[in-house]
Write a protein that binds this ligand. Sequence first.
Ligand code: PBG
Ligand code: ZN
Length: 339
Amino acid sequence: MAIFMSVSSSSYLPEFRFRRLRRSSVLRDLVRETQFSLNDLIYPIFVQENIDAAIAIDSMPGVFRYPEAELAQVVKTAWDKGIKAIILFGVSEHKDDCGSDTWNAQGLMARMILSAKAAVPDMLVISDNCFCEYTDHGHCGVLNKDAVKADVDNDLTLVNLQKQCLVAAQAGVDMIAPSGMMDGMIVAIRQVLDDNGFSHIPVMSYSTKFASAYYGPFRDAVDSNFKGSRSTYQLDAANAREALAESMQDELEGADILMVKPGLAYLDILCKIRQNSQLPLAVYHVSGEYAMLKAAAIAGVIDEEAVVLETMLAFKRAGADLIISYYALQISDWINSEA
Ligand code: PBG
Ligand code: ZN
């Protein structure tokens, strides 16, 4: 008498019960597909020239513009909380029509990098490499001479971007992060870095950056009087194929890390790029996303910690490896208090 019935002769079809693996927290931990930790976070820091005390950003409670003299302490505090990477944004008082302060070796960008690295040499210091906080018109590059329709001149901007990135590298930056969405920016940067002894410095491209209303509070944060549109260089929110092509192009040009920006409204794009590239992928949880969560938390209508941590997990699940978030410090407080 056979002990085992062959499968084909069995008439028994078990009902599948997903709940079997959800019965205890140990089991749930064992089968969890995605992890999020402080190692994934990059903390953005705003530094403004010519101020004596930190200025609170109204639309982003908990976020400040710091005087240069306080940068070292801000970096130390972040490091002590377990944040190991920062991205620096300068708010310049030396603006001109092309953003030349960015390639001044004594300019704000170079000084921020020097002082952050001096404060905590192990902190991974990333520079946001653009011109919009250093130009008097607020665009992400130099304008062409067309009197009828002024627009950012792509190739002239690339030359300036090369000068800027070289100065950032000479100041000791650990990673270059160009955010201007100029065509050819990665190959231009890679070439100037490699030609000048900086072939070891990685480039994290803002490779797929949409023209987005979610940047509203950032414009407030950098005190930008910019009222125009960046739609001639940033992506149309409607375009998914073009979004993928942008990132694939930057991979081809030698980007080390790709990025999607903003985050939550663009998880489909994140997922698509993840499926088409083997490079590490970053997501920028932008100012408007932060502002909305903060407003809801202050109104008492969400559990802030739970919603923020769920949001981080959603980024990881969709394919992000790195997350740039204004919540980084607060997240570290939540995680450290549980440890
Ligand atoms: C500009 C820049 C922007 C952000 C970072 N760098 C916005 C813009 O295009 O105006 C957005 C950051 C945020 O909203 O958190 N190069
Ligand atoms: Zn810009």
